[in-house]
Design a protein around this ligand. Sequence first.
Ligand code: ADP
Length: 311
Amino acid sequence: MAKRESAPTIVVLGGINMDLIATAPRLPMPGETVRGGEFYTAPGGKGANHAVAAARLGASVRMVGRVGKDTFGPSMLDDLRADGIDVTGVSEDPVNASGVAVILLDDSRQNHIVAVYGANAACGDTELQAATSALDGADVLMLQLEIPFEVSLAAARAAKSMGVTVVLDPASAAPLPPGSLETVDVLTPNQTEATFLTKLEVRDLASARDAAHALVEMGVGLAVVKLGSEGVCYASREESGDVSAFRVEAVDTVAAGDAFGGALAVALAEGAGLKEAVRFGTAAGALAVTRPGAQEAMPSRREVEALMARR
Ligand code: ADP
């Protein structure tokens, strides 16, 4: 895909999280202590993942969100800065801890997860103002469902009035207030989220196509339904189609959808055609599943273009 003269500007308003992972031979029963194997931390949050995905693909990215006044906050911001992301729109919450997910993982990869949204759930007027000023001169606003939805919706309305494309990843699945999908230019649900939003059982390309059309009827400009290794179905009022997934050796599917979303946003902001933009997203998603982790798995532009050239 040809790169535009100047890098597109993407604003991400969303969740910033730290995963705290402990491995053990088996998961403990209530009240039981099990001796663990390893402990490690990994930066995540769908907002931060989208920001890293888009930055690695060449976009100029402005992150807006909230972290806690604890050791995780500065560390997560350092990680974002290391990818060249502007974090001046991220505030520090004086009371709430940084968002974390405490994850227990056993030898058969079964897990127990407690997600504490913390500072992410306290996003409000400060973040709305930061997002609104960050939108000046931006091409795309990326949103997810990990901060209070009314803040995202207000930012989406501001973006629309400024001619900025609104991309919403409706994850994790949650009911949306009536009429809110009309503010969304591009919606990128996975299979579960598409089923949840349309009440149609999405299980294959044919049912994904029906769901994509149903989402357009519900007010979305472009619906892109992600189907893991099956690929993607998309529909707008003018155009629809599907793109099959690249065949790769999958080692960890975490954040495949975030890689896809960041890449799709970059391609659309660069003015790529719809099918080409979706292909760019599927190449980024495929590369992300070949590596463990979330942000560390996000591919570079060179890697995505090399994979696209293979097909
Ligand atoms: P989410 O992570 O949001 O649930 P998906 O699992 O559907 O989203 O993955 C997003 C995209 O990443 C897919 O549409 C596909 O293009 C790519 N992808 C995911 N899993 C694989 C896989 N096993 N092989 C190749 N591509 C994949």
